[in-house]
Design a binder for this molecule. Sequence first.
Ligand code: ZN
Length: 245
Amino acid sequence: MRYLIVSDLHSNWEALQAVLESARGHYDRIACCGDLAGYGPDPNPVIDWARKHLDLVVRGNHDRACSGLENLEWFNPVARVATIWTMARLTQDNFNYLRQLTPGPLKVDGFQLVHGSPLDEDEYVITGTDARNVFEYLDMNVSFFGHTHLQCGYAYANGTFQIMAGNDGHGEVWHRLDPEGIYLINTGSVGQPRDGDPRAAYALFDSETLELVQRRVRYDYETTQRKIGAAGLPDILASRLAIGR
Ligand code: ZN
């Protein structure tokens, strides 16, 4: 089965459309590592789409917050403002959908989906050391995660821990995973990349051939920025889209 794997959409409709256009014809099912909502100006269009098209999804911390399951004291002021703005606008159906999303890990078809890490849905796995500490808890060969908004991958294969090659600017990196290896892969963020590359991030994964492609695609972030301004959301949420930070 060929999967399109996305994460951290964050109510960014333009980025989602660009990802779907770019991935068209290359997948059979869509899986998501969480954070449909929060930060961006289009929560309802993105969640309407998710309800109709996502085959597999785990919740993210913003999904929890935007559906009233989180104490907002833990959020930074910008995230808190965006959460309150989102909650006030979600349709009842979309609010209910976010509220019933399952925490990870969600195990399917030889891989699993988590938001932060398999141990803690809120854990930020940022560095190689963070990733290495998670490896002993991986009970599936392939795990996809999000939360950090950094597209990357870690492997334990042929007896060694490795940081997988990134796309170094080309917008695409291809891997064939070793069936004996253990992999922890971040698809990157669709709606708010933070690795210095403003292009929307996603992955394609074939669960039979174990081919993995991590991709970046340009999108019209200026439209998203205008919508953020018109919505009265904090300026930083718009300006960061241009620099991917
Ligand atoms: Zn996120």
